[in-house]
Design a binder for this molecule. Structure first.
Ligand SMILES: [Zn+2]
Length: 351
């Protein structure tokens, strides 16, 4: 019994010691806070408290507004437009993979290229993993800078044949759709926001536009162009003290140049020579203009939908022997183009 009493007394004294310690810590902390408040003076305290109160009230107001029937009504009234925007957003994201789908056996891979496997995934796009590096001499690096397209083809082994040309035409088509799609999406989102601006309190449009966009259901648009492949020529001296780099971005401008370059050196078969056009940006614009900026399938035009994404399509797909000739090209809206897939639509009327 005596031993148990001693044990209890011991535990009790430990508890008392702990409580005493905690109180001491709290007392010190409180004194420190009081000291601090005293240090920053009353007006500053009042200012801090006011700002904090306003912030909390505003956050509560936002929460209640976005849960309100009125906001749900606004959201409902533009639901279809938001769905359309999100669909286009997903479509442009999907197109970013088009470059990966290229048959690289056709384009070829040089043994001298480092890391030339195109296996990066979506989340890595933003990390600029679409870089291919070729370690070379200082002279090659310098020459590549003076003549980027020629050296790109030579050292990254891009074949100078019809297949390669057609593959890069396809990449240009898709990259153009991505860029135009992003810009049209932004405009369409602005148009939708403007259409509801009178119903939404000004304070929200002014201070919480991002939150408003997300609460309305818009998916985030990825404006980054890190999906564009970058080819790098890099020279590093043996000691590592000297290094030069030449980066070639395969963007729309360079893709156009690449097409022109490939076209200028490919020896066309006689039957095709003279028939085939080059699907560069100017030709795409020409076809759109010829078709009055209307989809040749559903007849929807930019007159009806200001921010409509129009694409250029091969009536008979290249995979089925169709050529890039003006006769075999038509304007399609992105939805019809996506639906078409490999199906052949024969609605084209000759001009
Ligand atoms: Zn259409």
């Amino acid at each position: 019994m005596k031993k148990k009493d001693e044990q209890n007394l011991f535990i009790l004294s430990i508890i008392v010691a702990i409580i005493y310690g905690i109180f001491k810590i709290i007392k010190t902390a409180l004194l420190a806070v009081l000291d601090f408040l005293n240090y920053i003076k009353k007006p500053a305290i009042i200012f801090l408290i006011t700002v904090l109160t306003i912030y909390i009230i505003y956050e509560i107001f936002l929460y209640l507004y976005f849960k309100s029937k009125k906001f749900k009504g606004i959201k409902n009234s533009i639901k279809q437009h938001i769905i359309n925007c999100n669909e286009l957003n997903n479509y442009t994201e999907e197109l970013k993979y088009s470059y990966l789908n290229l048959e690289y056996s056709e384009v070829g891979e040089s043994q001298m290229i480092d890391n030339s496997k195109y296996s990066f995934k979506r989340k890595e796009w933003n990390n600029n993993k679409s870089k291919q590096t070729f370690h070379c001499s200082a002279t090659i690096c310098k020459n590549a800078n003076n003549n980027p397209i020629k050296y790109l083809c030579k050292y990254f082994n891009i074949q100078k044949n019809e297949q390669s040309l057609s593959d890069f035409e396809n990449v240009l088509n898709n990259f153009t759709s991505i860029e135009q799609g992003k810009s049209l999406l932004k405009k369409e989102r602005e148009r939708i926001l403007k259409s509801i601006s009178k119903s939404v309190p000004d304070i929200i449009s002014l201070f919480s536009e991002k939150r408003l966009i997300s609460e309305l259901g818009f998916e985030k648009i990825n404006f980054s162009n890190s999906y564009i492949p970058i080819f790098t020529f890099e020279y590093v001296s043996a000691g590592g003290n000297s290094s030069t780099k030449c980066e070639i971005k395969l963007d729309i401008e360079n893709l156009n140049k690449l097409l022109n370059y490939l076209n200028s050196i490919i020896k066309w078969r006689k039957s095709i020579a003279g028939q085939r056009a080059l699907m560069t940006s100017p030709l795409r614009e020409k076809i759109k203009k010829r078709d009055n900026y209307r989809c040749c399938n559903c007849n929807l035009g930019i007159v009806d939908e200001k921010n409509l994404l129009l694409e250029i399509d091969h009536i008979i797909p290249v995979s089925k022997g169709g050529l890039t000739t003006e006769k075999n090209l038509q304007t399609l809206c992105w939805k019809c183009n996506r639906k078409k897939g490999t199906k052949i639509i024969t609605v084209y009327n000759t001009v």
